[in-house]
Design a protein around this ligand. Structure first.
Ligand SMILES: Nc1ncnc2c1ncn2[C@@H]1O[C@H](COP(=O)(O)OP(=O)(O)OP(=O)(O)O)[C@@H](O)[C@H]1O
Ligand SMILES: [Mg+2]
Length: 581
């Protein structure tokens, strides 16, 4: 509760003004039955026309005031909630960018989407409609009850007798509603997940003509969500008839008893009319109270989930005493490196890996799928957190290096490259501060893209990705390579980065990279062994362990796993070797 109120802090002046406007609006509203009473009671005295006119004018004027202040209150309070939502959304987005891979391994993307959409709007509704209706309810409810008591205490007691029963049953319903709302939100998350997956994997779904089963699966998820929400609707639906019933009973009492009193001359007709007016005014606050309670439940759950995300700390943090290296030479050493994904209970993806890469070497990692190549390569730029003392760059623990220095020294091409929906230029210049044409041109050349880019409709300004033209798999990979080399990093990492380009182009690109990066460390992983004989050093990883290392010929002589992989590769890809002559 305190935390939610804390959200209003920057806007407290506007909020207070808004609450003031509600008081004025309610005040004017409360005078209306009273004016009616005056008018009706004066009818008996055959008053001058001007008095009635004055009363009528007051009635109109006060109604206008009531409406005006209500409008102002709405603008200020609901406006405030919109501003808070805007702030929170930005915070959430910033937080998403701050968090690292381990968070995204853990939290499904449907969940994230639900937080940014449904939770955000539930919280906004609570922040806006909450104070607006809650304060109106309190002010109007209490004042109307007091005015009724002032008119006739006993009659008030009779008319209000059903209300406590009503409030009690509302409280009972609230518990059940809470549980249902939780369930509803979970179902919604799953639904978001389904949509997200379908949209991301649409091409796959189409190619397997899996449209129908997907529709059915979506319908099932939708049905579960619908069922959960229907239970909420049912529970919420009970509130309204209950309130009407209580209100109706009150009205019956008031008419039966109050009518008797008017006939007996103990009460004036005007007083009864005013009394009924206030009783009517009590109805809405009671209904609103139930509604606000629902808002509170939804909003509170949403707020908890949003703050939970905002409170997440990235696993990868700057070392409190970072070591600033003068230069990065690119010597890499792993010392008994063991790495597990997730919370540490899964089997290690890398086990006691010890290896040493001299600065300036061209190194290739090979081995069966799932051997740990990508895992090792992602640890160097610290994309995942690893224990201290196990991976060193130029003799310094990577966890001690400033993250920005580390990442700026490394050009990293992940196994699954990602293109922004933007121009080719912006995709390549992504990490650069002031990109120069020469840098981009050089990157294009190194990635073997210079001729192909010229054939695109707008050259470098062609928009690619979701909102633009679709590049081929090999072109996409090469744009990712161009992005990594554009900043001219000290170390280049290519994680299977050329798997989709044909062997001949691969050879050209590798030649260019080798020439350009001569003297700098280049780490690659690959399943294509065509050009591997040129690597200075080869590491063979199998099930997370380093099983062999050495130069191509040495490894062939050992007749171990490498020789086996190589012979099989030659057999299957005979043609590639023949093309090269
Ligand atoms: N994000 C992840 N969460 C949990 N486990 C993972 C994750 N990424 C990889 N793994 C596991 O870690 C092990 C090593 O995977 P890794 O991707 O490093 O292998 P690889 O040698 O790059 O394989 P490939 O040749 O197919 O690219 C595998 O058992 C894999 O299932
Ligand atoms: Mg891999």
């Amino acid at each position: 509760m305190r935390q939610i109120l804390e959200l209003y802090r920057p806007y407290r002046k506007v909020l207070l003004l808004g609450l003031g406007a509600i008081m004025l609006s309610s005040g004017f509203g409360l005078t209306i039955p009273w004016i009616l009473k005056e008018a009706i009671d004066r009818l008996k005295e055959r008053p001058a026309g001007t008095t009635l006119l004055l009363l009528a004018a007051a009635l109109i004027l006060f109604t206008v005031f009531q409406g005006t202040f209500r409008f102002l209150a709405r603008m200020m309070i609901v406006g405030t909630s919109r501003h808070i939502e805007y702030d929170l959304r930005n915070q959430l987005y910033r937080q998403w960018l701050r968090l690292d891979s381990s968070f995204y391994d853990r939290v499904p993307s449907g969940d994230l989407m639900a937080r940014a959409t449904q939770d955000m709007s539930a919280l906004r509704t609570l922040l806006g409609a909450g104070p607006l209706h809650f304060s109106t309810t309190i002010i109007v409810g209490v004042s109307a009850a007091l005015l009724m008591a002032h008119l006739d205490p006993w009659l008030t007691l009779y008319a209000l007798a059903p209300f406590p029963i009503l409030l009690w049953s509302l409280k009972e319903l609230r518990h059940r509603l809470e549980a249902q709302l939780h369930r509803g939100q979970e179902r919604y998350q799953e639904l978001c997940g389904q949509v997200q997956e379908a949209v991301a994997g649409m091409r796959l779904i189409k190619s397997y003509t899996l449209g129908h089963p997907m529709v059915a699966a979506f319908r099932d998820k939708g049905e579960e969500y619908l069922a959960a929400e229907m239970r909420v609707v049912r529970l919420e639906g009970i509130y309204h008839p209950l309130t009407s019933l209580a209100g109706g009973l009150g009205v019956v009492c008031a008419i039966a008893i109050g009518g008797q009193q008017v006939i007996a001359g103990q009460m004036t007709l005007g007083e009864l009319v005013a009394f009924m007016g206030y009783l009517g005014m009590l109805m809405w606050p009671t209904i609103a109270l139930a509604w606000v309670m629902g808002l509170w439940q939804r909003g509170k759950v949403a707020f908890e989930r949003i703050t939970q995300t905002l409170a997440e700390e990235p696993a990868i943090r700057e070392h409190p005493q970072p070591i600033y290296p003068a230069t990065v030479r690119g010597a890499i050493e792993a010392r008994d490196l063991t790495f597990r994904y997730g919370n540490g209970s899964s089997p290690p993806a890398l086990t006691s890996l010890s290896l040493s890469i001299p600065a300036g070497a061209t190194v290739t990692l090979v081995g069966p799928i799932g051997g740990g190549k990508s895992t090792f390569l992602s640890l160097l730029p610290r994309l995942r957190e690893l224990p201290e003392g196990q991976l060193l760059l130029d003799g310094v623990d990577v966890t001690r290096l400033p993250i920005s220095t580390l990442r700026q020294s490394i050009g990293y091409v992940p196994q699954e490259g990602f293109l922004l929906s933007d121009t080719v230029w912006n995709n390549i210049a992504f990490g650069l501060k002031d990109p120069e044409e020469s840098q981009i041109r050089r990157a294009l050349f190194l990635a073997g893209l210079e001729e192909e880019i010229a054939t695109l409709p707008d050259g470098l300004n062609t928009v690619v990705g979701e909102r633009g033209i679709t590049l081929s798999g090999g072109q996409r990979q090469r744009v990712t390579i161009a992005r990594a080399v554009a900043a001219d990093p000290r170390i280049l990492i290519l994680d299977d980065g050329l798997s989709s380009v044909d062997a001949e182009i691969e050879r050209i690109i590798l030649d260019r990279l080798r020439t350009h990066f001569r003297g700098r460390t280049v780490l690659m992983s690959t399943h294509r062994l065509t050009s591997i004989d040129r690597a200075d050093l080869i590491f063979v990883l199998d099930r997370g362990r380093l099983v062999e290392q050495g130069r191509h010929e040495e490894l062939l002589d050992r007749a171990g796993l490498y020789a086996h992989l190589w012979n099989r590769y030659r057999l299957v890809h005979d043609s590639e070797f023949r093309v090269e002559g």
